[in-house]
Design a protein around this ligand. Structure first.
Ligand SMILES: Cc1ncc(COP(=O)(O)OP(=O)(O)O)c(N)n1
Ligand SMILES: Cc1ncsc1CCOP(=O)(O)O
Ligand SMILES: [Mg+2]
Length: 505
């Protein structure tokens, strides 16, 4: 069945060399499976080295292009180069109206004020006019020269970069992705996303290439495309950065000129993905990262003895007992409400019995009780880890395995950085068993996420039943975690047998 792709508008200039501008944007939308509509702001005669001329589109014709695509309602809009302040004003009004009609519309603005080929629309007076436009944005993505122009500051250190990005985010009330690729400080490329107190610090190795024309256009288009697909801002930024790293790695020049970043598909190798820095890492500290995410403990977490396979989550000892008798090898005790004494008793009793069966029993949330009881493993969500000062070193030293939840690219990278015993990904399909912070991944995205994981078992969770289990395994899952497929089954032994058949095929 052919599914309609999300629509995305691109407002940008044309670059005659094809390396940046509309051509880069269109190649990117192709790689990210969105359908583009285009409003051209200007024709430019340029290549990666020189800007020979700019022919702005008249304001009337600029408006006419919006009229022509008014019926093609976008999920996201990417804004690149604008040729003059009249265009800035027209676009500000257009976005303002669109956002009123469609509050979930995502707008990403790459403030092309200063380009590598010599384009310059930025001076302090003009910048004031851009602020009204930025107020309609969800994200703006300045490079260092643009950030300096927009904030009228100098940036010579990580501290300067973060301060300027925070200032701009505060002033324009939108997220700012400050791209540190041009910086002379530090060996790695560090980008900082600032957004009302939450922030993301991403680092990647510097890729030694002359072929980087069009990276800014391609990055902002990639992020807008993923927002159009419903990705969270953090996931879109992480995947966008990986796309550019892959593009730089694969870029080859044309003839004697330095060329453009390559558009050869989405990043499907872990090595192209950035490191997510936290206040606990050296780079994170330099960039004042707020995230409390720990680093991997010195002691490695014990590995699983068996692949997780069929992995039911249950909430009482009686179910643990039934499942162990039925031959289930991996299971989880997930209790959300129980008085402390009863909880402790239930955990100890379950751990004891699971040991007799040599089964892989994970205790959800209660890592201290899991250590006390000598459990096989503990499962923690990312909020549990970030908020509760979990002692990962103590878990690892006790020889207890750790499973970590993830909901998308950003969380998957954070989870893998801990080198856990398995990583859980979900919800794959919509679940009725828990209120989730994000939309279901769907099989395509789940499959893409699986390609990033090399040597860590993957547990799929969320909405998995006997009808959809097979493609989840085919997509790369090593285990299927279920709640309702078992708790609502009228014949649980049969259900277990059927799941085992599917997984064992
Ligand atoms: C195997 C597996 N995957 C995910 C979860 C969810 O954990 P968490 O995000 O901490 O949410 P709660 O289960 O605690 O509500 C899980 N428990 N098991
Ligand atoms: C705990 C949890 N975490 C992500 S989805 C989920 C619930 C899965 O339940 P179900 O298998 O009924 O969809
Ligand atoms: Mg939890």
């Amino acid at each position: 069945m052919n599914k309609q792709k999300p629509l995305m508008w691109i407002i940008a200039g044309q670059d005659s060399s094809g390396g940046a501008g509309i051509v880069a944007d269109l190649l990117t939308t192709h790689d990210f499976d969105v359908t583009p509509s285009v409003v051209i702001s200007a024709l430019t005669a340029q290549n990666s080295q020189q800007l020979l001329g700019v022919e702005p589109c008249s304001v009337d014709f600029f408006k006419l292009q919006f009229d022509a695509i008014a019926m093609l309602q976008p999920c996201a809009i990417k804004v690149g180069m604008l040729a003059n302040l009249e265009q800035v004003d027209v676009l500000t009004q257009t976005l303002h109206q669109l956002k009123r009609q469609q509050p979930d519309l995502k707008v990403v603005i790459d403030p092309v004020l200063v380009s590598s080929s010599g384009y310059n629309l930025g001076d302090v007076e003009r910048v004031a006019r851009f602020d009204r436009l930025f107020a309609e944005a969800d994200l703006i993505t300045p490079n260092i020269p643009e950030l300096m122009t927009l904030t009228d500051t100098s940036i010579h250190s990580p501290e300067d970069l973060v301060k300027a990005a925070q200032q701009l985010a505060q002033r324009c009330q939108c997220a700012v992705l400050a791209k540190g690729g041009d910086s002379s400080f530090g060996e790695r490329c560090v980008d900082v996303l600032c957004h009302f107190g939450s922030e993301l610090v991403l680092s990647a190795p510097r890729i030694d290439t002359a072929h980087s024309h069009g990276t800014g256009c391609s990055l902002s288009s990639a992020i807008a495309a993923m927002l159009a697909h419903g990705y969270s801002l953090f996931d879109a930024v992480v995947a966008g950065k990986a796309y550019i790293s892959r593009g730089l790695r694969l870029a080859v020049g044309q003839n004697s000129l330095p060329g453009a970043v390559a558009h050869w598909g989405r990043a499907d190798q872990f090595a192209d993905y950035p490191v997510i820095e936290s206040s606990k890492t050296e780079i994170g500290r330099r960039y004042s990262a707020l995230s409390n995410w720990p680093v991997a403990p010195q002691t490695a977490f014990a590995r699983l003895d068996e692949q997780p396979g069929f992995y039911p989550l249950v909430d009482c000892f009686e179910w643990v007992e039934k499942l162990l008798h039925a031959g289930v090898r991996t299971l989880q005790l997930r209790i959300k409400e129980m008085a402390p004494a009863a909880l402790k008793h239930c955990i100890f009793q379950s751990v004891q019995l699971a040991k007799q069966y040599r089964a892989q029993l994970f205790i959800n949330d209660y890592w201290q009780l899991a250590i006390e009881a000598g459990a096989y493993g503990v499962h923690l969500g990312q909020e549990d880890i970030a908020a509760n000062a979990v002692d990962l070193e103590a878990i690892a030293r006790a020889g207890i395995r750790l499973g970590v939840s993830s909901h998308g690219e950003y969380e998957l990278l954070r989870a893998l950085a801990l080198n856990p015993s398995y990583v859980a990904m979900g919800q794959v399909f919509a679940t009725q068993s828990k209120v989730m912070p994000s939309a279901a991944l769907g099989l395509t995205r789940f499959r893409q996420l699986c390609t990033l994981v090399d040597d860590c078992p993957i547990v799929a969770i969320g909405g998995i039943d006997l009808d959809n289990a097979r493609p989840v395994i085919e997509a790369g899952a090593d285990g299927l975690a279920v709640v309702s497929a078992l708790s609502q089954s009228h014949a649980y032994l049969e259900t277990i047998a059927k799941f085992n058949d599917i997984i064992g095929e």
